[in-house]
Design a protein around this ligand. Structure first.
Ligand SMILES: C[S@@+](CC[C@H](N)C(=O)[O-])C[C@H]1O[C@@H](n2cnc3c(N)ncnc32)[C@H](O)[C@@H]1O
Length: 399
């Protein structure tokens, strides 16, 4: 039987087209200011976060069936409820009173984590959300008011890192993949920085310019660590903002642990000679593709996370790396099987239903292997080893 091509994505409506055109004007002006080639990180920052216009800063539906992509907290509450059990252990071991979540999306994970902690009589004094999008902050407040009205008063929104360092647990699910990345191409001699420019028809397209010293040094470090120069023509990304992000986290975490969950690889896999086109991934109406210039402002743009870079930045900032595992193994170790059993309450139909919900979170061909969990922290008593998620497997030696 011939395989049918998937149906084309729906055309954006007139309001969405007007929104994208308004953002295009901002981008065109930035390209002109930059002399014809806008560094890709600056393009990605505008496309995702330009105030009132960027994908995360305007009011369209992004998450779930009516949006462009889905995330683990929306697949099943089992994800957040399992994380809550790990959060509880961190709160106890650190004698902490705060949970800080970065980039809370719809607010679903915050609601489910809080509900689970309440059920286990382990609520923290406060649940802080650091969210860059004003529009998403409003959506998160609505979700919390609907799903956990009695707990919503414990939630505080922050626009920047808290001034007083916290003691407790930090969560970031699919936040690091949304940090703007620089893109580069290896030439026979030297490195080319890739960015946004125009073709002769004025359409947005990739344009190159000689790399600056910072990008050259970053690629030289990758090549030294991978043991050989990258092949000529090799294209990939480097997230210049990742180390500063992790260092900000370290300044904020007085005692406790952070769980950073995302798709990505240790450095040697990230810059594998066969991954010749990098890891850039865009999502529009549940279609994944690699064209970041498609309807700017109407699609998500992401890149995989270099977990070696994140772990190194954590160590340099004085944090300890507590573990690194695939999401599937982490959830299995952190108590998902016990949660399934308790939630089924001996009812075989309910058990089958819950097992069905857990599959996409755990299975290697779905989110189980592509997504990883990096645990970092400080000041936790060694004997208490609070992070059960890494008991099953811990691949931190691969970082
Ligand atoms: C792909 S969404 C993930 C949402 C949510 N964590 C989930 O799993 O459903 C990325 C989220 O990170 C936010 N974000 C992006 N950069 C951020 C930053 N530097 N600090 C805090 N939040 C950020 C976005 O506004 C958005 O809420």
């Amino acid at each position: 039987m011939a395989r049918q091509a998937p149906p084309p994505p729906p055309e954006p409506d007139a309001a969405a087209v007007a929104h994208s055109h308004a953002l295009r004007e901002r981008i065109d002006a930035a390209i002109a200011m930059a002399g014809g080639v806008l560094d890709f990180a600056d393009y990605m920052a505008l496309a995702l976060y330009a105030p009132g216009l960027g994908y995360y800063s305007a009011g369209q539906e992004r998450f779930g069936p009516g949006g462009d992509f889905t995330t683990a907290p929306l697949v099943s509450a089992l994800f957040s409820r399992t994380l809550a059990r790990e959060v509880e252990r961190i709160l106890v071991a650190s004698n902490g009173d705060t949970v800080l979540e970065f980039g809370a999306g719809t607010g679903r994970m915050a609601a489910d984590v809080l509900a689970e902690l309440q059920q286990r009589e382990a609520l923290p004094a406060r649940y802080q959300i650091l969210e860059v999008s004003a529009d998403l902050r409003a959506q998160q407040a609505r979700t919390l008011a609907e799903r956990v009205p009695a707990l919503a008063a414990r939630v505080e929104w922050l626009e920047r890192l808290p001034e007083t360092p916290i003691t407790g647990a930090v969560l970031a699910n699919e936040v690091l993949d949304a940090l703007p990345v620089r893109r580069f191409r290896r030439l026979a001699q030297g490195i080319e920085a890739l960015g946004a420019g125009h073709d002769q028809q004025g359409t947005l397209c990739w344009r190159g310019k000689p790399a600056d010293a910072e990008l050259e040094a970053a690629v030289a470090a990758m090549e030294a660590e991978c043991g050989a120069p990258l092949p000529e023509g090799y294209v990939s990304e480097w997230c210049a903002g990742l180390a500063p992000w992790v260092s900000g986290l370290a300044d904020t975490l007085k005692r406790g642990a952070a769980l950073l969950i995302d798709y990505g690889y240790p450095r040697r896999e990230y810059y594998h000679p066969q991954r010749t086109h990098g890891t850039l991934l865009c999502h529009y109406r549940h279609r994944a593709h690699d064209d970041p210039f498609f309807w700017p402002g109407l699609q998500d743009i992401t890149a995989s996370v270099d977990f070696t870079l994140a772990a190194r930045a954590a160590r340099e900032a004085g944090l300890e790396v507590l573990g690194f595992a695939t999401q599937g193994n982490f959830l299995a170790g952190a108590g998902l099987p016990a949660l399934l059993e308790e939630s089924a309450g001996g009812n075989p139909h309910r058990a089958a239903e819950l097992a069905q919900q857990a599959k996409p979170l755990l299975f290697p061909d779905e989110m189980g292997e592509r997504f990883k969990v990096l645990g970092v922290g400080r000041g936790l008593p060694e004997a208490e080893a609070p992070l059960r998620g890494f008991e099953f497997t811990d691949h931190r030696e691969r970082l």
